[in-house]
Design a protein. Sequence first.
Length: 281
Amino acid sequence: MRVVDIRRWAWRIVMCGTMVIPTARPLAGTPAQASSAAEVPADRAAPRTDTNSMIAHAQLLEKASKGGIDLYFVGDSIVRRWGATDYPLLLDNWRHNFFGWNAADFGWGADKTENMLWRLENGELDGVHPKVIVILAGTNNVGPQPGDAAKIAAVTRGLTAIVRVCRQKAPEATIILTAIFPRNDNMALLPEIDRINTNIARLADGRKVRYLNVNDKLADGNGRLFDGMMNERDQLHPTLQGYQVWADALKPILAVLLGPPAATDHAPPPTGDPSAKRPLP
């Protein structure tokens, strides 16, 4: 299935009331898998072809088409959960922090940089014209086990490519590139994350690309997470407290770039995981 066919397939999904899965047979895969068993370079766009990801892509295309977005978040599940209908407590926190800045969430769970690139190159940023784009990506490329210098370089290239595509599609936007968060599911990953963050910090130019690192508020000098910052089950996804740390660092920057939040908000309604049976706490 060609990339252009995948996008057309996604658009055929009915987005009112009950979602109807198209009769075209998607490639094999699950929400946590990419479209191929083969490794895809981190800086080369690659779709997630499982049914749930295609439905989510169609929802995000619809969200992008509605306009009214000044603040655009893109990333993986860490970004997605913050503004998702299936995480109502996190969504309440999102609204509390960003209402009046016309913020929209374009995160999708389990995405690697190559998957975000595909979404950005296939309509999710087209015609949106945000004033600010917040990026948090790369932890899924890091994966559960440490790698070598080649992996660090590859993840750096993937994040660089996301910044480049955002600048091409939204040249007037200021990009806030967020450092990959610390995680304690495998402490051996921390030096790798630090090296990637050092690399992507160099992408900041002080004008159109800004670098934001809140990791010293999430973990100590050895990378051990402070109590209550991350989900106890996976030591990877932020809690409300962890998200608030990120919000507290973003809001002064947003106030400079966007002015104070307005009394009304014009962003499209939030979306969620199409497969979610019920909201999660």
